[in-house]
Design a protein around this ligand. Structure first.
Ligand SMILES: Cc1cc2nc3c(=O)[nH]c(=O)nc-3n(C[C@H](O)[C@H](O)[C@H](O)COP(=O)(O)O)c2cc1C
Length: 198
């Protein structure tokens, strides 16, 4: 009888161990999403270009609000203050933005868009549209069947013809949503409310 009890007790301990091991293994998968988004939700990427840091702050808060990964679109040749002088028609930004086909080079990266379902894409408004380096980014990766939600900062302009100018850089199966101009450095809580729109 003593032996039977011992066998039952041993079996119980082994089974409990297996259940804990399986649960622990599942937990290892969860932490890829840091914020409110649960494991079953879509994986989010917040990608942004920022020349002077305004859009960067919004992107960081948005990554916090969505639990998404943050990715910076980095120009191979950083923009200097002289490059950004929009009052000078010969400055780098003026020349690039006059030519919608210009594609400023980006720093190479290894990241894969296929890991994400929804991409929030942020940038400053330049001459009423997205800087053409955003087209470079869209053409460098395959956004087929993805949803891209745009956000931007500006001196007051809205999106203008931004979507129209970005569409040729993605496939017809990519959905581009004109999100919002997020001026005034919205808080993480405000952004949590905002993302519920999408
Ligand atoms: C070359 C250039 C062109 C710009 N064109 C516009 C514009 O058309 N409309 C607008 O409201 N602001 C314009 N701005 C202002 C920026 O959109 C604004 O300062 C933005 O918040 C900067 O973001 P960043 O710090 O992330 O680069 C322009 C700024 C630069 C440098």
């Amino acid at each position: 009888m003593k032996n039977v009890i011992l066998v039952i007790l041993s079996l119980f301990i082994v089974c409990t161990g297996i259940v804990f091991a399986v649960q622990n293994n599942k937990q290892n998968v969860i932490p890829t999403n840091k914020g409110d988004i649960k494991m079953t939700d879509k994986k989010v990427l917040v990608a942004y270009f920022s020349a002077t840091g305004t859009t960067k702050k919004v992107a960081e808060n948005l990554a916090n609000a969505t639990g998404g990964d943050l990715y910076e679109i980095k120009p191979l040749k950083p923009y200097t203050n002289a490059d950004l002088d929009w009052t000078n028609e010969k400055s780098r930004s003026s020349v690039e933005m006059k030519d919608y086909k210009s594609r400023p080079e980006m720093v190479n990266d290894n990241f894969s868009v296929s890991d994400y379902d929804t991409i929030y894409l942020g940038f400053p408004i330049w001459w009423y549209i997205a800087p053409t380096i955003v087209n470079t980014f869209l053409e460098k990766h395959d956004f087929s069947n993805k949803t891209i939600v745009l956000f931007a900062t500006s001196g007051g302009s809205r999106f203008g013809k931004t979507v129209e100018n970005l569409k040729p850089s993605v496939s017809s199966s990519t959905k581009i949503i004109e999100g919002d101009i997020l001026n005034g450095n919205p808080s993480v809580d405000e952004l949590k409310k905002w993302v519920k729109n999408f």
